[in-house]
Design a protein around this ligand. Structure first.
Ligand SMILES: [Zn+2]
Length: 454
């Protein structure tokens, strides 16, 4: 049996969300004495920037000895997330990292005294031996196998604390690869030979052991090349902070996360800053709307004449749909209602023939992605679990596909589901102008029509 997907129904019926007094954006704040059940949605941005520029020249009396090194780091993380106070659902995460270092050291002797075969006097050759070492390293995000999606390695925890305070923790457990090219050139003037040594390090899959491949000989002239594989490394970027909630907004710009200062000129310095902005929406109107829709569906299933006049189960569901519209909006549905699958059954969750619940994981994930109020999903799952217990309790009746059995089973499930929402509304939405007493009366009348199943 399929659950009526009330979200589908709500959109198919083109409901406009109720406008309740005092719920306009920014117009009110959450009662600080109540647990915060607002839905927060926003973005955290962390950026780390660093640089180093070193240069010296120790050349002296014809000997050359110079060095330079440049390093530039840009590392940014943007996470979009939503949800209720606590661990938010990460909708999107993007990390871009670039850490490039280039250095070169050059050394050259003034002269060499070289032996000349057959001569007792060595020959003087200027300039002498030289050595040049160039190193370039690049640290970039590693996206190879086994690293998982960026979203799964990111988190945002936004805890709304008493007295309008909050604690935020957000970050990303990034995986970085480090490529290094190390090239050394050694020139010996007496032998008139140049040896070139290359060492290249590339990032391999996590757990892959380093490997070495060589070619050439380290003796004499020629080039020796080594290739090494190194495992990727973790490179977390995160922020932790506290602050105060301003109405429905949490805002922080350029919060200083950390700093590296260098003691010397041109040494490596780094600054990490974070900014975030979240806005909250009051969940009361949408939970109340959901309650009104669920109760309208329950009432339609409880309607005696509908069951009697329906030709078959399909016709019954059609008539129920029609009645739901009337119950919810107080007018009959428009003429073309029911075409294009309007008000049709959604296949979000279902109970298998073996009485197991299907579709739950996907449904709950969808609800998180839509940043919906958690209690709505919780109640919907409870509704389905009621069908599961109906199935287990009386398999024959549950699978009979009779109008009577369908009506009874849904009245029970919708009473239960809307009751969960009403209790939640009673806990959190007492003073926002909702007619909760009227809602309670309506639910009690629906419950009184339950039959066949508890
Ligand atoms: Zn149902």
């Amino acid at each position: 049996m399929t659950r009526w997907n009330s979200t589908v129904i709500a959109s198919a019926f083109l409901v406009s969300v109720l406008c309740l007094p005092g719920t306009e954006a920014g117009g009110e704040t959450w009662d600080p004495l109540l647990p915060d059940v607002r839905i927060w949605r926003g973005e955290v941005r962390i950026s780390r920037t660093g640089s180093a520029h070193e240069k010296w020249d120790k050349s002296h009396r014809g000997k050359t000895n110079t060095y330079f090194m440049n390093r530039t780091v840009t590392d940014t993380l943007v996470i979009k997330a939503c949800g209720q106070s606590g661990a938010l659902y990460v909708l999107e995460a993007k990390r871009s990292l670039s850490d490039i270092t280039e250095s070169e050291n050059y050394w050259q002797n003034t002269r060499e005294l070289c032996d000349v075969p057959g001569s007792r006097r060595p020959k003087r050759i200027s300039p002498g031996d030289s050595r040049r070492i160039s190193i370039r390293t690049a640290v970039t995000p590693y996206t190879g196998e086994g690293t998982g999606a960026e979203r799964d390695r990111s988190w945002v925890a936004l805890e709304i604390l008493p007295l309008k305070n909050y604690a935020l923790s957000a970050g990303n457990n990034g995986v970085a690869g480090r490529d290094e090219d190390n090239i050394e050139s050694y020139r010996r003037v007496c032998a008139d030979k140049t040896t070139r040594m290359e060492a290249h390090i590339r990032t391999g899959a996590p757990g892959e052991p380093p490997r070495v491949e060589s070619s050439g000989s380290e003796e004499g002239e020629g080039t020796v090349v080594q290739w090494l594989t190194a495992p990727p490394t973790d490179i977390p970027l995160a922020t932790n902070s506290r602050g105060s909630v301003q109405g429905n907004t949490i805002l922080e710009i350029d919060h200083l996360v950390g700093e590296i200062k260098s003691g010397r000129d041109g040494g490596y310095e780094e600054v990490t800053k974070a900014s975030w902005e979240f806005t909250a929406r009051n969940p009361c109107p949408e939970v109340f709307n959901e309650f009104l829709l669920l109760v309208a569906i329950g009432e339609a299933y409880a309607d005696r004449p509908l069951r009697e006049f329906a030709e078959d189960l399909e016709d019954y569901e059609r008539k129920v749909n029609w009645k739901v519209y009337e119950n919810r909006y107080g007018t009959p549905p428009p003429k073309d209602f029911g075409k294009d699958g309007e008000g049709n059954v959604g296949f979000s969750m279902w109970v298998h023939d073996n009485c197991q619940l299907g579709g739950r994981v996907r449904y709950e994930k969808e609800q998180l992605e839509e940043c919906s109020v958690l209690v709505i999903a919780k109640a919907a799952v409870r509704h389905e679990m009621e069908h599961v217990s109906q199935c287990k309790g009386n398999l024959k009746k549950f699978r009979s596909r009779t109008i009577e059995a369908r009506g009874q089973s849904e009245v029970s499930a919708y009473s239960l589901e809307s009751g969960i929402l009403l209790n939640w509304l009673t806990d959190y939405c007492k003073d926002v102008g909702l007619d909760l007493a009227g809602a309670r009366g309506r639910l009690q009348r629906l419950k009184a029509k339950k039959a066949g199943w508890k």
